[in-house]
Design a protein around this ligand. Structure first.
Ligand code: AQP
Length: 325
């Protein structure tokens, strides 16, 4: 299968990005043709500093490699370096009903979060995302739960394009994990963990062991003192149990048994150890890659060339079908 997915170079990667998306990316690259993109054009839709954007792109590229994406197996590239994304995005705009975009949860959330910057790009985000995937005729898109609605739109637009201009695209399937698809904030376990929220709400992949421990120990928990998985009554502890389970390979039921009679503090201390240990090789690899700038740039350049070949081929077909040549 051809797999496509992207990540924004908006801030450091957190454990939600990893458990919801990147962990799947790593597994998929064994048996599939995988294309992973640093979606910098998407990152422009929220306030950002042009002076640090290139640095963030580099850090995000390094982060996904440190977390296991192998440039020998997968294509890694930067979205803005393949101009066809913007072109196909524009063409899809012409078949997208505005109403479909206005009802998107991410648009509503980000409009609330960035009240001073409700730009057209924020509304148009899922259309560019459709172009990202369909440009490569992606068949499946491994993402977190928050992206489900956008993938549904992708399917609608692929269908619409095919009906209007002739069979061109397959409808991409979303790959959303049963567990880990929505890791919640450590501060407010009713909200998803988000890169652009305050630092103590996220465990970043390259946080120091001290910071990880501090953040977990001060994570919001619930009333009562039993370590039990119950999303409605105990959202805080349930979120921590899920992280523990996904990183240790133990089920939440096994963990409940293991922590019978123990308090939240003891549980959190043990979780902090598991997280620190799991992320240790990531930290090491990231440090090493940070010193290999030329190598990282070379990977992105090769990725750009490989991506361009596929993108240009799709655009030739699309332009012809839409009457542009
Ligand atoms: N909390 C989460 N749990 C599980 N999966 C998540 N993802 C994001 N947050 C969680 C998945 O990570 C991938 C990359 O996300 P993104 O960088 O494209 O943007 P995002 O969804 O907007 O992530 P953030 O952290 O919330 O960033 P900001 O704050 O910049 O908006 C996607 O597959 C996403 O589903």
């Amino acid at each position: 299968m051809r797999i496509f997915s992207g990540i924004q170079p908006t801030n450091q990667l957190h454990i939600g990005n990893y458990l919801g998306a990147i962990k799947q990316w790593v597994q998929l690259q064994k048996d599939n043709e995988c294309i992973y993109c640093i979606v910098d054009l998407h990152a422009l839709t929220i306030p950002y500093d042009p002076k640090t954007l290139q640095q963030k792109i580099k850090e995000t590229s390094i982060a996904i490699m440190a977390a296991g994406i192998d440039p020998e197996k997968s294509i890694i590239f930067v979205q803005s370096q393949v101009k066809e994304h913007a072109e196909l995005g524009w063409l899809f705009n012409t078949i997208t009903p505005i109403g479909e975009l206005e009802r998107m949860t991410q648009y509503k959330d980000k409009s609330k979060k960035f009240k001073e910057n409700i730009n057209a790009g924020l509304l148009d985000y899922p259309v560019l995302q459709t172009a990202d995937v369909l440009l490569y005729k992606g068949e499946a898109v491994p993402v977190g739960k928050d992206q489900e609605q956008h993938i549904e739109l992708m399917r609608t637009l692929a269908r619409k394009f095919n009906q209007k201009f002739g069979q061109t695209f397959k409808e991409p399937a979303s790959m959303i994990l049963k567990e880990g698809a929505k890791i919640m904030s450590l501060v407010d376990p009713k909200k998803k963990m988000s890169k652009s929220d305050e630092a103590k709400s996220c465990i970043f992949l390259f946080d120091s062991p001290e910071d990880i421990t501090k953040k977990i120990m001060s994570a919001t928990t619930d009333s009562g003192k039993e370590v039990k998985y119950n999303l409605t009554k105990k959202p805080g502890i349930s979120n921590l149990l899920m992280i523990y389970s996904l990183l240790s390979g133990k089920t939440t039921q096994d963990l409940e048994k293991e922590f019978v009679g123990k308090n939240y503090g003891e549980f959190k201390k043990s979780l902090a150890q598991v997280v620190v240990q799991y992320l240790e090789p990531f930290r090491r690899k990231q440090k090493e890659l940070m010193t290999r700038e030329v190598y990282v740039q070379e990977i992105l350049k090769q990725g750009q060339h490989k991506a361009q070949v596929i993108a240009q081929e799709t655009m030739r077909e699309v332009r012809e079908k839409m009457g542009l040549i």
